[in-house]
Design a protein around this ligand. Structure first.
Ligand SMILES: Nc1nc2c(ncn2[C@@H]2O[C@H](COP(=O)(O)OP(=O)(O)O)[C@@H](O)[C@H]2O)c(=O)[nH]1
Ligand SMILES: [Mg+2]
Length: 242
């Protein structure tokens, strides 16, 4: 791929004021040799003023920085979807999704990007040799491992990390998988999306990443999201059998 690959990095944010400016700066540094990449922050009306910080950076002259301020909390899955639509509308060939709390290291972006030369979806994977999770409390590790084991078993997913939000998709794949049919709006979007990609014969590749707990601020995952993820697995499992 050339530097003119028109790649978009989509950063969904809800209350990431403590992270967003540092993250964008770190992304600019980490992608110097492969970029410049466009960055789209999809913010859900964060009360902590995340969107205002992005506006400030735009005013400071970052022409490759874009903001979609959705005004209210509409969920992680629909934020990804907004990023995919933006990428399709603006002629990007690849779109990254990554968390805006430094759990997904900007240093890994070039690794995923290089792997994308021969894949339709590249996953930044915690659960393959070379990958890992650092300083997460035991209950988060357990939750994540259980969610992955369940998703792999119930949906016959082949990837080791089915719930990682650190991914790079080919935009032409997104058009094929039928985004309009995805019903998940929150965290379970990740599993549903991967399930769709696999069903559509996408070339899915994993690249090991070291996931670290967020640098600042709080996790937004809730009990409701966890239950929704379980219900999503049941819904998709049932759909698979029809
Ligand atoms: N736009 C948007 N972003 C969200 C929402 N929920 C979570 N996020 C973002 O999604 C990413 C992952 O969320 P996080 O709370 O770190 O989840 P965790 O890593 O599983 O604990 C972060 O960048 C959050 O700011 C939401 O409802 N809307
Ligand atoms: Mg996080």
């Amino acid at each position: 791929m050339s530097a003119e690959s028109h790649t978009l990095i989509c950063l969904p944010t809800f209350n990431e004021a403590e992270n967003i400016a540092d993250l964008i700066a770190a992304l600019r540094r980490a992608t110097q040799t492969v970029g410049p990449f466009d960055i789209l922050v999809v913010d859900d009306g964060s009360p902590d003023g995340t969107a205002d910080i992005v506006r400030g950076l735009q005013a400071g002259g970052d022409a490759h920085l874009h903001l979609l301020d959705r005004g209210r909390k509409l969920g992680l899955g629909t934020a990804y979807r907004a990023g995919f639509d933006h990428a399709a509308r603006h002629g990007h060939t690849h779109v990254f999704t990554m968390d805006a709390d430094f759990s997904h290291s900007p240093e890994h972006v070039p690794h995923l990007w290089r792997a994308a030369a021969s894949a339709d979806v590249v996953i930044g994977s915690r659960y393959m040799p070379g990958g890992g999770v650092a300083n997460w409390p035991w209950h988060r590790r357990l939750l994540s491992s259980a969610a992955n084991a369940l998703a792999r078993w119930m949906l016959r997913l082949r990837a080791h990390d089915c719930t990682s939000g650190f991914r790079c998709y080919r935009v032409d794949l997104l058009a094929r998988v039928g985004l309009d049919d995805i019903r998940s709006e929150g965290y379970s979007y990740l599993t549903e999306m991967l399930w769709r990609c696999q069903r559509h014969g996408a070339r899915i590749q994993e690249v090991p990443i070291k996931f670290v707990d967020r640098r600042a601020g709080q996790s937004k995952i809730s009990k409701r999201e966890i239950w929704r993820a379980v219900l999503t697995l049941l819904r998709l499992r049932f759909a698979r059998r029809r």
